[in-house]
Ligand binder design. Sequence first.
Ligand code: HAM
Length: 422
Amino acid sequence: MTDQKFQKPRGFADLLPSEIPQWQEIEQTVRELFPRYGYAEMRTPHLEHTELFTRSIGDTTDIVEKEMFTIQRADRKNLSLRPEITASLCRAVLENHLLESEPFQKLYYLGPSFRYEKPQKGRLRQFHQIGVEAIGAGDPMLDLETIQLIGHLFDELGISGYDVHLNSMGCPACRPAYRSVLKEALEPRLEDLCENCRRRFDRNVFRILDCKRDGCREQTRDIPAIYEHLCDECEDHWEGLLAEADRQDVAYTIDHRLARGLDYYTKTVYEIRNPDLGAQNALGGGGRYDGLIEELGGDSVGGIGFALGIERMILSMPSGEGEDGRDGAHAPDIYFVYIDDECQRAVYQVADRLRRNGYAADLNYEGRSVKAQMRVAHRSGAPYVGILGPDELGADEITLKEMTSGEERKVPLDELETKIGA
Ligand code: HAM
C-alpha cells in the first residue's frame, strides 16, 4: 500500500487509459461529422471575465448565482472558469471580428466546463461539452438542422432511446405578457412551491418551470403554455419549425415546461433526454439566442446552438469492450526482448528505426530477466516478439517469434519491417 497524500477534488475525474478509447471515438466522430454540416472548430479560454457570464447566462440563474468557480480580485474584474461555452464563443466571435468577414458563422467546440454543483451520477464539477453555434441566421430550418445533427451524431455513436423535448421561449416582445400569465397562474400556488421557487417567483419566474422537485413539478403541470402566447414572429418561427420537423420525420415531444437554465434563449429551446439516466437525464440542450450577440456589443443577429455532455453520452453508449485489451494503449507491432546491455542498445536503435517507419515497437526498461521480459512481451499483446542475444547480434540477425503460432525464425535485423508486415 502506498501512503497516498493527495486526492482529486470532489466532482472532478481522472480519465484512465482504459477509458480513453471511448472519448477518442466521440471526439473523432465529431471532428469528422460536424465539418460535413459546415462547422469549423474553435477554441476559447477556460477562464473569462465573470461579467461575461452574468450578462449572458443571467444573474438570477442557478449557474451564475450558485455554481461558478470564481477568482475574486480586489482591484480588478473577477474571473470565472467557464460554466458553459456559448457565451465565450460569442465573445470570441465578436472580439475577433469574425462576422465582419463572414456574416454567417458555423462553429463547433469540444472542451471542459465547470459548475459547482452537488456531484452525483452524471453530474460533475468539471464536465466536458461538445457543442455548435450557428451565428448570423434566423431560419427555423437551421434550428432543425442542429437537432438533426445531434441525431446523426448519436446514430454514429450507437446512442438510442432518447427524446427530443421542444419548446419556445418567445422573445422580449412577447415574453413579458407570458410572464404575467405565468405569475397569475402560480401566485395562488406559491405556498405549495419550494422555498427556492418562492424566491424565483419575483426574481425570475421562468426558473420555476425548471425546478426538479416533485411538489413544484405538480404545481406547474397544467400551467398555461408559452406557445399559446407568442407574438406573430415567434409563432411563425415555432409553427415553421414544427412543420419542418414533421416533413423531415424528426420525432419530438412538445414540452411546455422546458425553460432551460440559461436566460439568453429566445424562440426555440430543446433538450435531449435519456430516460434511463435517472435524475441527470439531459444528454444535451440548446436553442436560439437572437439577442445575445447584441447584448455582448455586436449587431442584432440571430444565433442557435447546442451543447452535449460527453460524460452523459458515454453513460448512454453501448459499453465498449476493452478494445485492444491493454489499458487503452495500442498493442505494439513488435516487442523486443534482449539478453544483455549491448543487445538492449541494439534493439533500442532498431525500435527507433521501426517507429520512424510507422511501426509501434517497445522494449523493457525495468532491468528484468529474459523470462520476465517474455512475460511482459506476452502481456503487451504484440503479435511479434524479437529476441536478441549476442550470437544473433554478431550475425546482424534477430529471432522473431510469431506469438499466435509460437513459431520462431531468424531474420536479418535490417529486414525486420518486411517480416512483421504492414
Ligand atoms: P446546458 O443544458 O447547461 O446548456 O448544458 C448542456 C449539457 O451539458 C447538459 O445537457 C449536460 O449533458 C451537460 N452538463 C451540464 N452540467 C453538467 C454537469 N454538472 N455534469 C455533467 N454534465 C453536465 C449549455 O451549456 C448551453 N451552452 C447549450 C447551448 C449551446 N445553447 C445554445 N448553444
